[in-house]
Ligand binder design. Structure first.
Ligand code: MG
Length: 363
């Protein structure tokens, strides 16, 4: 697995795990650190992966900066972006203002490389401050945090004002650094109420530093802000905070929505009625070749269940015919072999294109 693929896989797994528990409860009563609390513990310093040359973006990525021009960007007022471009990088021109992408993004994976000036100047938040704002609202902080102190929720890789990075993975000023940011936009109902908060993961120089954190609202200086309903796709912004930070090799890969089944899905099967007496003949143990664990078929009332690996409970089987049953909650089916008397002698379990035969054990 290449380094890039490893990073993508890490972010995908992180986001997938987070999806399992995405129910949202109000955080209004939560005990929180004060914004920018200097007593909040600083993350441990970790040695980042070695600095690498830019690698080509994945095939479906939107290339936002390839080192040549700012054609994919505008200034904050919609006019031409005025940052400097030379030698394959763009550089913030102090006072030229924040720039934003012409394209809009919702759920997205963003790769961006940045470099703080050397020799470094300034201290705390004045030390090479910039930032990558997803949807123009949710900032992954860019800062020179190499052997430099500031508040934990404002150092490089912080989700600004909310979550310090898990590690300080900074390279020294003058070296190129990378962020791979996966972002899941917040979901709002038709009534404008928050249904699901935004989530962000960040890999900084190959190290996971933000792990699918639930954002409290738009990131902000001095205070926590509540969510306000907004569109599903908005530009990515890069912050002009007055320091000549450079950027290169910027691309964004929009993340596809995970489709949910529609109304036609539930009625995909035409089931038949079977009595408890009819179902009884299927019950018993079915031995699989090369496996010590049989498939156990049991009946409860007029419901039939298949049990794999001796686990309690089982998977409910729904009858399509006297020989074929589908699993209620899994896209698999069991086809029974019946003898001349209609008694099962074996079965074949079908799942994902695989077939698993099993022979009925004599009682
Ligand atoms: Mg910033």
């Amino acid at each position: 697995m290449t380094r890039c693929n490893l990073i993508l896989a890490t972010l995908a797994i992180s986001l997938a795990i987070g999806c399992l528990g995405c129910g949202y409860a109000s955080e209004s009563e939560a005990i929180r650190w004060k914004a920018h609390d200097m007593s909040r513990p600083k993350p441990p310093v970790v040695t980042p992966l070695p600095e690498a040359q830019p690698s080509p973006p994945p095939e479906k990525a939107v290339v936002l900066f390839d080192g040549k021009d700012l054609s994919q960007w505008t200034s904050g007022d919609g006019r031409e972006a005025k940052w400097k471009v030379q030698d394959g990088y763009m550089e913030i021109v102090s006072g030229a203002g924040t720039i934003r992408t012409k394209a809009r993004f919702g759920d997205v994976l963003v790769h961006i490389e940045w470099r703080t000036p050397t020799p470094p100047t300034g201290k705390s938040q004045g030390r090479a401050n910039s930032g990558v704002f997803l949807m123009g609202l949710y900032e992954a902080q860019v800062l020179d945090s190499y052997e430099a102190d500031t508040y934990a929720d404002g150092q490089a890789g912080a989700i600004y004002g909310q979550y310090p990075p898990r590690f300080n993975a900074c390279r020294p000023p003058g070296e190129w650094q990378s962020f791979d940011i996966s972002f899941r936009r917040p979901r709002f109902g038709a009534d404008g109420k928050l249904q699901e908060p935004a989530r962000m993961s960040v890999v900084h120089n190959g190290i996971l530093i933000q792990d699918n954190e639930e954002l409290l609202g738009p990131t902000s200086w001095l205070k926590y802000l509540p969510y306000k309903a907004h569109g599903d796709a908005l530009p990515i912004e890069l912050q002009d905070h007055g320091a000549p930070v450079r950027f290169r090799n910027i691309w964004a890969l929009p993340l596809p929505e995970l489709p949910a089944p529609d109304a036609s899905y539930a009625g995909a099967y035409k089931l038949i009625e079977m009595s408890a007496k009819d179902l009884d003949r299927y019950t018993g143990l079915y031995d699989r070749p090369n496996s010590a664990a049989p498939i156990t078929i049991t009946r409860e009332g007029n419901r039939l269940f298949a049990d794999f690996y001796w686990r309690p409970g089982g998977l409910e089987l729904l009858p399509l015919s006297s020989t074929e049953f589908v699993l209620k909650d899994t896209d698999g089916r069991i086809v029974f072999d019946l003898n001349d008397h209609g008694i099962p002698t074996g079965l074949t379990f079908h799942l994902g294109g695989d077939e698993m035969p099993a022979e009925k054990r004599a009682k």
